[in-house]
Design a protein around this ligand. Sequence first.
Ligand code: FAD
Ligand code: NAI
Length: 328
Amino acid sequence: MTVPIAIIGAGIAGLSAANALMKAGKAAHLFEKAKGPGGRMASKRSEVGSLDMGAQYFTARDRRFVAQVQQWQAQGCIAEWQPQMYHARAGQLTPSPDEQTRWVGTPRMSAITRAMAQDVPATYRCRVSEVFRGQDYWHVLDADGTSHGPFSHVICALPAPQATALLATVPKLAAAVAGVTMNPTWAVALAFETPLETRLQGCFVQDSALDWFARDRSKPGRNSLADTWVLHATSEWSRQHLDLDAITVVERLHGAFAELINCSVPAPVFSQAQRWLYARPAGNHEWGVLADASFGIYVCGDWCLSGRVEGAWLSGQEAARRLLEQLD
Ligand code: FAD
Ligand code: NAI
């Protein structure tokens, strides 16, 4: 009997680990609480089209990730986005062109994780509440009380606070992961019937409730029915307004956007707010992966590296590499 490896979390880190393990001939099984893969790279379907509410774009600096990006490009699930970039400081909007190559999923961000998840056995809508080890094998208990297993190893590919909750059987590992703070982000999407009169397509912001806004429709392959924009609040603003209702969040961030954008901003025909509780790690780490290899449990995710898409993918690769090394 082949005993598979359990991977909890079908964000890009978990999928990266699953793809690497399966490429090495190992059996893996994903557990994901949402109805599909993607995590913070998911896109929201809406009446005005798909919207990237989480990751906006990504860059590739590590040569291994550069090679993966080339494969995705050949597969057609990503394309380069070349926005008219601006920055805003002290309320002043200035063009800010640069040479950075930025990638996005096409026709939506979630196209990448969807492609990665294609051949991976998975149980969706399954919130894991506990992982425990019997004499030889691991078992996974879900929130409905169903036990899944046996598994030879476990990889937790979750934001650090969500991973900590599953690590009760490995207290030393739990303590290390519990030391990682992750900050929230409030995201708001707005859609306008008539396109806003601006060339701006992406903007890094300082001295505002916002730290980023972008014209979602300017990304390649989008078929939005209106002029769609996504706004992200700073970690600080998001923390201070964590429990604000979504309508007020939309009003406030729409207001901050209208103050910055330098053109008239009518009432949107569509708006939506999404709160990401664990959006980004408070600091950078260089762990790659954390593990108790003697017990066969590994923890990975963006917070083990750069807190970006690239860091999450690399961390998943690192988890798979360490696990395979242990098997040799
Ligand atoms: P996640 O994507 O968080 O995956 C974890 C998965 O685990 C989720 O699918 C979750 O549903 C699942 N899960 C959690 N608990 C359980 C459980 N108990 N049982 C089962 N499943 C569970 N990065 C960039 O490079 N560029 C950007 O422009 C950018 N912008 C961003 C904007 C926002 C608003 C946010 C939130 C993030 C942004 N990022 C950006 C960061 C990037 O999205 C993340 O670094 C990356 O997607 C993290 O991947 P991950 O697999 O580590 O974690
Ligand atoms: P990048 O190289 O485009 O940006 C890195 C940083 O450099 C930007 O945050 C910005 O401050 C600055 N910068 C880059 N180009 C600029 C320009 N033309 N004008 C002015 N400033 C510029 O991309 P990288 O390194 O891949 O970073 C990913 C992005 O994802 C970052 O902006 C980061 O803040 C964002 N992110 C957001 C999260 C959230 O929760 N809102 C979570 C994780 C990442």
